[in-house]
Design a binder for this molecule. Sequence first.
Ligand SMILES: Nc1ncnc2c1ncn2[C@@H]1O[C@H](COP(=O)(O)OP(=O)(O)OP(=O)(O)O)[C@@H](O)[C@H]1O
Ligand SMILES: [Mg+2]
Length: 284
Amino acid sequence: MAVEERSEAGDAAQLEAEADEFRYHTGEGRPSEAGDAIQFIDVHKAFGRNKVLRGLNMGLPEDQISMIIGPSGTGKSVCIKHMVGLMYPDEGDVIVHGQSVPSLPDAELFEMRKKFGVLFQDGALFGSMNLYDNVAFPLRHHSEKGEDEISHIVHRRLREVGLADAHDKMPNELSGGMRKRAGFARALVLEPQIVLFDEPDSGLDPVRTALLCELIKEVHAENGGCYVVITHDIMSARRVANHLSVLWKGRIVQSGPAQELFESENPFVRQFLSGESAGPLGME
Ligand SMILES: Nc1ncnc2c1ncn2[C@@H]1O[C@H](COP(=O)(O)OP(=O)(O)OP(=O)(O)O)[C@@H](O)[C@H]1O
Ligand SMILES: [Mg+2]
């Protein structure tokens, strides 16, 4: 009896501590009006004792540029891996265009991945291939197109990202910004319905970052689809986001139309979006 009482008191204390920890989390995953291309439903993911996603509810709207921002190590890249089925939730579900990604059999997961274009942090080009072959690679391996058509598409995509004259270059001859643009061109060749960018702006100077943001907006205006951009850069978020989700401690603090978030009264969101040192976020 005494033991039970003590554990009840312990549970209550733990619940209270948790409620306190999440006191700034005011925006529990409201579905967007546009309809969501991707939904996280109560997703939990831990690595050993490191609980990374802790009941994440997040909707990413169709046909908009969404940005996910949050402090380092909060699980932004882990989210991307869940979207494409490279990681599975311990609990909860990840829905892409109405399909539950963790429950798809391998063959269907393979098909579903064709919806996605992914731009990894460093562009992830194949070092032994020139730019042309890098960008042509997905078309040669995942489509039945002939070389004439491939050439047409590759030239168009390289032109679009401002690399029309660089198709013979090897990746190590390119600057960081060029590699990112090339990775972007390659992510687009299969005309994906969803494009994921993991920190496209990391390692770029402010001018290159601004240019890349413009490029993302232009390409989105032309092609449409659900774009998800992960960044810590508030300037990038101001420039391109239609929709913003602020992630912290494995849950969404607040999400919604970008303008709403930039006008938020939430102390954490305000601190993070204005880059101030005073506020709920410390060095921890
Ligand atoms: N495969 C893995 N095995 C073990 N731990 C992992 C793995 N992948 C990620 N983690 C842990 O999950 C946490 C979140 O990592 P993640 O890379 O998603 O952070 P992030 O928000 O993308 O950070 P950053 O802004 O620095 O890129 C970190 O503590 C990381 O160590
Ligand atoms: Mg990351």
